[in-house]
Write a protein that binds this ligand. Structure first.
Ligand code: NAD
Length: 493
């Protein structure tokens, strides 16, 4: 399929030639046939039984194990990811998600009985999880394996068929997944491509659309899905702040921040975006940060096999433009040819500078000084709700203030990003950082409909009270029952 990174939809382009129009029509037909084929697979019922779900999860695990070197190579080609990082943040993460799903699948699938109120008894009620149907998973480029396959684990565990659309900005990984996934996992199709192909996909009717990426495209996806009333999960980004105060261990804080910020050259949705440090902790943190960077990547990070590159020229230009304001504490070295930007820390950045108004998504860390946690809370609350909020503090009041007075997709004390490694924690954003969540059970729930199932015997016919004609006796009985169960009326008695 054609790769297009211009960011415009084909509909908005100059008039198409006859050949281009024919090619789009062909693509549209191919995509419609792919979706129809998966719908037929889903409708046949084969994706529903637990054994089949397990088989597909095992197959996905086998794919990862059989092709580990090829996956490492693709990740290196796309993002210059090192081997250890590829295992930590990509292959290992998906394997862990698969293991977790396999271990808990029976429990997740089991219908759950719930209590029935007196006035409906005798009856039994249960919540029965059922698959949604054919799901569309649209993935971004920054963790092109994890962010494509982790949602797929949830979709398969929940008994769905799925179309996967990897990101065109990670072309090596996209091509590899397109080759391998259909060979290993039934009920899954891969459509490669960019805006044009995604637009065509979004013109189809799906039962769920799971999108990971930026909020601008998130809106496009939500609007397209709305036409078919298709539910969406939007895993978006934003600026994830870090608060550091004088009770923190600044040496460890600096190391963890350097790890969180400069892994994958800062191209991580939950990377610390900027730091708010109290005046009392500022000098100590600013002293420790360059040392932490040096310890991780050596005197010249360009030569470190653990340091990545910027995904494309557009992002490279955007990022170098962000270093214009503020004082350089460390880094600042760039090489356009290699798309290399050194781990960079800026201080004294004006809050209105572009680096503070847009998501950085690269290896630049602005550090701003605040009076105390209350100023940090106000700073965070004056902006969009972040995907993650990090706090390095031992002060219980400060922790509580951040917990109770701010809203974010997640809150982690004393370490960035590690909440993604806890499958029992739902992962997702709130407000501008996204809607819906996944990982572990949350993934299963996202890709399932929780169907309420109620069963009531016909005899004795305890519903006779509700049938017309209503008499004064039935009114008295209803009024009594209502006063007994209604919270306000009940309290008055
Ligand atoms: P991207 O450019 O790869 O886009 C994501 C997907 O959307 C791709 O598959 C792409 O083909 C498709 N797409 C792009 N433009 C489109 C359009 N106009 N219409 C339809 N589809 C389109 O990735 P990105 O958006 O640059 O990813 C980075 C953003 O994603 C950051 O904001 C980051 O914070 C966020 N992100 C969030 C998470 C999370 O889990 N919440 C994870 C990773 C990235």
């Amino acid at each position: 399929m054609r790769h297009d990174t211009t960011g415009t939809t084909w509909k908005a382009r100059a008039p198409m030639t006859g050949t281009a129009a024919a090619s789009v029509a062909r693509q549209e037909k191919d995509i419609a046939e792919t979706v129809a084929r998966l719908r037929a697979v889903f409708d046949s019922g084969v994706t529903r039984p637990a054994a089949g779900r397990r088989r597909r999860l095992h197959a996905l695990r086998r794919l990862l194990r059989d092709h580990t070197p090829a996956i490492e190579e693709a990740l290196y080609d796309d993002l210059r990811k090192g081997r250890t990082e590829s295992h930590l943040t990509e292959i290992g993460g998906v394997l862990a998600e698969i293991e977790h799903a396999l271990r808990h699948l029976d429990r997740w699938m089991r219908p759950r009985r719930v209590a029935v109120p007196m006035n409906i008894r005798p009856a039994t009620a249960r919540i029965h999880p059922e698959p949604l149907g054919v799901c569309l998973i649209i993935a971004p480029w920054n963790y092109p394996v994890t962010l494509t396959l982790n949602p797929l684990v949830g979709a398969l565990a929940a008994g769905n068929a799925a179309v996967v659309k990897p990101s065109e900005l990670a072309p090596a990984t996209s091509a590899l997944l397109a080759d391998l996934l259909p060979r290993y996992v039934e009920a899954v199709a891969v459509v490669e491509g960019a805006v044009e192909e995604t637009t065509l996909l979004l013109g189809q009717r799906f039962d769920h659309v799971f999108y990971t990426g930026n909020g601008t495209v998130g809106r496009v996806v939500a609007a397209a899905a709305a036409k078919n009333l298709t539910p969406v999960t939007l895993e978006l980004g934003g600026k994830s702040p870090v608060f550091v105060d004088e009770t923190a261990d600044t040496a460890v804080t600096a190391r963890r921040l350097a790890w969180g910020k400069f892994t994958n050259a800062g191209q991580t949705c939950v990377a610390p975006d900027y730091v708010l440090v109290t005046r009392a902790a500022r000098d100590s943190l600013l002293d420790a940060l360059p040392r932490a960077v040096h310890r991780m990547f050596g005197p010249d990070p360009r030569t470190s096999s653990d340091y990545g590159r910027i995904v494309d020229d557009r992002h490279f230009r955007r990022l170098t433009g962000l270093t214009a304001e503020g004082e350089l504490l460390t880094g600042g070295v760039c090489d356009a040819e290699d798309r290399y930007i050194a781990p960079t820390v800026l201080t004294d950045v004006p809050p209105g500078a572009p680096v503070m108004t847009e998501e950085i998504f690269g290896p630049i860390l602005p550090v701003l000084t605040v009076r105390d946690v209350h100023e940090a809370v106000d700073f965070v609350n004056a902006r969009d709700k972040p995907l993650s909020l990090y706090a390095f503090t031992r002060d219980r009041k400060a922790r509580r203030a951040l917990l109770e007075k701010t809203s974010s997709g997640g809150l982690v004390y004393n370490a960035p990003m590690i909440h993604l490694g806890v499958p029992n924690l739902p992962f997702g954003g709130v407000g501008e950082s996204g809607t819906g969540a996944y990982h572990g059970r949350a993934s299963f729930d996202t890709f399932s409909h929780r169907k309420p199932v109620l069963s009531k015997p016909t005899r004795p016919d305890t519903l006779s009270l509700v049938y017309a004609p209503h008499t004064s006796r039935s009114f008295a009985l209803v009024a009594k029952a209502v006063s007994r169960t209604h919270p306000l009326l009940g309290r008055r008695r």
